[in-house]
Structures are given as C-alpha cells and as structure tokens.
Design a protein. Structure first.
Length: 262
C-alpha cells in the first residue's frame, strides 16, 4: 500500500456515530472520493477535542483519514456545512435521516459514487433552506433510484411493452414498473396506481428540480406519491426503513400540538 493509499483527504457527510471505548467514536461516513466509509475518531468524546463539532451527524466536513489496522482513522476534521437548521428541527432531522438512510442502505463500503454524493449533498441543502421539503425528497428518490440501478419503468407496461395510456394503471415492485390494466389484473404483486399519481411520478423522473417544484399537488396526491415511493423502496431494501417511522411520529406529535392549541 502506497503512502497515498494510506492517507486520504476526503469530503464526507457523517451518516451516524456510536460511542466506542472510553473516549472514541465509531463513524459511518458517506464520502465524495471513496463512497461509504467506516472510520474511528479517537479521543473525540474528550472535553478538549477539536474534532467533535465537525463529526456530528449530517455535518459535511473535509477530513484527513489514515488507514488503521481495521478502520480508517480520522486525524483532522473541518466543517464545510454543519446544516444547523436540520439539527434544530425534528421534521428536518427526520427528512435528512431518510436521505442518508437510503444512501447507506444501497451503498457498498469503499465504492466511489461521486454523482450520488452530490445528489445527497444537494438534497440536504434543499431540506436546510426550503420550508417545504416534499419536492426535494421525491426528486432525490427518483434520481437516487436511477443512480443505484432501480429506476422504475413508468412509460411502458413492463409485461406487454405497450405505451401507458391516460387511465388507472398498476405497479409491480417485483417487475420494477407499471402494468397496463390488462396485465396488472393478472399479476399478484401488482397494486393499483392512479393516473394523476403516475403523471406526477413521471414528471419527477424526467424533469429538472426547478420544473418539479412548479407542480401543484393536493394533500391527497402527496400522500399517494409518498406511499407509492415507500412501497417500492421498502421492497428494494428488503426491510422497513427507520426514518419514515420517525417522521410519522413527529407528524403525529405536531398534529396533537395543533389540536391542543385550537
């Protein structure tokens, strides 16, 4: 292993951390240069540690990593963007956790993916700066699926290959796309999807972020899009995601507070 391979300078977003030993912290990082990396920050829990504030979850930092016996060791850290509004708001916290959970679940260790890193960073910036993160999240989901190789087919029936018409359709996570009414009724794994929802999903898939934000959706349409995407992503991940459940709890708490204030 060369000296360059033993020491790496990376830009990284902290996905999570866990206490390790008496003063250390084990980190899961998503880096621009190396993909997902597991690293150890020694002495970071000590009161005088200069690295601690740069290694909090959701923080984007420039790091110097040295190759240890089992893990990379963080030797230097400097924040690029702390994304402070995310940590100050439970809803934003849940949304950012969802962005990073998807990146972690579908990424292999030490597998470089600069396009996905850029997509994750842009999504965190939008969640930080925009009051309504609905568009940021679902734009991210569609681009994310494309980058990891699970882009859903939304324009042709995946069974008969006919072009989808302006009517109610079906969707099969197993087959990775929409099914026309004739084929959908014959596939056990297919579930109905309304044409308005499919229309907006196709819009998210082929449009720029600025164009996506111009779409006017009702609360019912937002809910259906969210359920659709969760159904597909949970199927791909082969287990439930943690962050959507946290977000649901936050929404219930917010609803209770609103009702008490009336």
């Amino acid at each position: 292993m060369t000296a360059q391979e033993r020491i790496r300078k990376v830009e990284a977003i902290v996905i999570s951390h866990a206490d390790y030993g008496e003063a250390d912290r084990f980190l899961v990082l998503f880096t621009r240069e190396m993909g997902k990396v597991r690293a150890l920050a020694k002495g970071v829990r000590k009161a005088h540690s200069r690295k601690a504030g740069h290694l909090e979850p959701f923080t984007c930092s420039t790091l110097m990593l040295a190759r240890g016996a089992s893990f990379w060791i963080v030797t230097q850290a400097e924040s690029v963007n702390a994304f402070l509004p995310i940590r100050a708001d439970l809803t934003r916290t849940g949304q950012a956790a969802y962005i990073l959970e998807l990146a972690e679940r579908f990424s292999s260790d030490d597998e470089e993916n600069p396009q996905l890193y850029r997509l994750v960073k842009e999504a965190l910036e939008r969640i930080t700066n925009e009051a309504d993160a609905f568009y940021a999240i679902h734009y991210y989901e569609m681009r994310f699926l494309e980058l990891v190789g699970y882009k859903p087919e939304l324009f042709q029936c995946v069974q008969c290959r006919k072009e989808i018409q302006a009517e109610e359709q079906f969707f099969s996570p197993l087959q990775g796309g929409v099914l026309c009414p004739a084929c959908g009724t014959m596939i056990n794994t297919a579930e109905p999807v309304s044409m308005p929802t499919l229309k907006y999903l196709r819009h998210f898939q082929r449009s720029s972020y600025a164009e996506c934000k111009r779409a006017a959706l009702s609360s019912a349409q937002r809910n259906e899009i969210e359920k659709f995407m969760q159904h597909y992503l949970v199927y791909l991940a082969e287990r439930r995601l943690n962050s959507p459940r946290f977000l649901s709890q936050v929404r219930r708490l917010d609803g209770q507070k609103e009702n008490e204030g009336q």
